[in-house]
Design a protein around this ligand. Sequence first.
Ligand code: SPV
Ligand code: MG
Length: 540
Amino acid sequence: MTKAKKLRELFESKDLVRIVGAHNGLTAKLVELNGFDGVWASGLEVSASNAVPDANILTMSDYLAAAASMNDATSIPVVVDCDTGYGNSMNVIRMVKKFEDAGIAAVCMEDKKFPKTNSLLEGGKQELAPIAEFVGKIMAAKNAQESDDFMVIARVEALIAGWGQEEALKRARAYADAGADAIFIHSKKSDPKEIEDFLKAWDNYKPVVLVPTNYPSFTEAQMKQYGVKLVIYANHGIRTIVKHVNETLAEIKEKGITEIDSKIASVKDLFALQEMDKFKEDQDKFVRTKESVKAIIPAAGDRSVEPSLKELLQDRPLTMIDVNGKSILQRSVENLKQCGVDDIKVIGGYKAEHVVADDINLVVNEAYADGHIMDSISKAGEEYAEKNLIIYSDIIFETEILDKLLKTDKDITLVIDSSVRKSEVRSDIDLVIAEKPPLDGERVINVNKENKILNIGKDLDREKAKHEFVGIVLLSKIGMQKLMQVYKDAGDQKMGLCTAIQKLIDSGEAVNSLEISRGWSEIHDFEDYKKVSEMLATEN
Ligand code: SPV
Ligand code: MG
């Protein structure tokens, strides 16, 4: 529904339509959020907000831009104060076209000479235009509008100019007869008597509009008794702003900002008015400088079953243990961010309440004890990115590994380590048998040559398994869908990642590898923890 139609409907359905002055999108939005029927794009507010007199110092384009900003920021109708129409009838024709095109519901013109001076200015020069001239403007406006719903309000300034009640009534009738949709009768007196006299004599010949700034004792109940249709509280917003900004500035000048926060709107309040949540959502969806990457870090398991870690893991999961001043998780998060990965989902379970790191998205798997890593990964949701990283929560790694991995373009790529064959082989690591032997120790360039994985798991033939799975996998969207399908089809909540990958390989899926031989470590027991802490201590 157009805003012009909305205003028409308000005129039909309400005794008294209440609108409030604003000067930009923000103040207009506050008017809407406070439940008023519409916005008055006040000439006084718009010019005051530019710190210039309300005397046609600004141009029609300035007022149009301000009104459009108010209209865009709100869903309620905007009635625009168009002063005298910015010139003669020819200017009015263009004015109506421009404001109607901008979605404005109604325009209001006053019967003064151009340039006008604000009506409330004490001793202000208030020159009335001849009736014929203003009637011509109303006819021009009504003829120029495209939709029947658009309203033209004629503002009678005879009382402001001191020309008396009779002149006011004569003008009001002439404007109404020329096609004006409503008559705004203005007064600057503090006593509402002249307004009441007008209302009695007018007898609702056409809807009446009031701006009771100078006669605030005239209540809404009285307005309703006289059948007033529209009341405009024209400038109370900007007057509040001036007073309170001054108070705040005075306090800051005197005391700094230590105590001011609780007295003013929070930055969060501003973000809400700016609809930053929606902005962020759209930004994530549509602003693309590279492929979208999501990281999933399953960190739900309870590893305090490892006796040497029992002490350390009493109050936190393994990923949260402090390794030289930073948790394992925080280290992973920082590495990911350095590689441009901001969408990081961590699946917590055991002591999930203690899983914290900067800007992570924590998903809690309450039933973590019933499941295993694939179960946790499934809890990250089914909205996969173009590239999806799965990173074990108990490894520490250097950024370069991710950098290299993110440059690969296969559906599934596992980071594998070739140093395993040299070190003492432990029973708790995931071994890998790859198509080709390790490159480590050889002088090679283009390390990223394809090397498919044939087998992965803890119980592989140690003679054949020359690599270890590092705990980092990169999957395309398709790769991710296939991996999760394997998990779903198996119906085994206790499935580990390596089992799922082996099933993919068995079903003929190509699983590739990125070989490294340094730059990472897992922490499976207290010995690992000590070793890694020492390495990181001497790192810099
Ligand atoms: C305005 O708000 O700009 C008005 C109303 O025109 S008044 O200031 O009372 O003239
Ligand atoms: Mg005005």
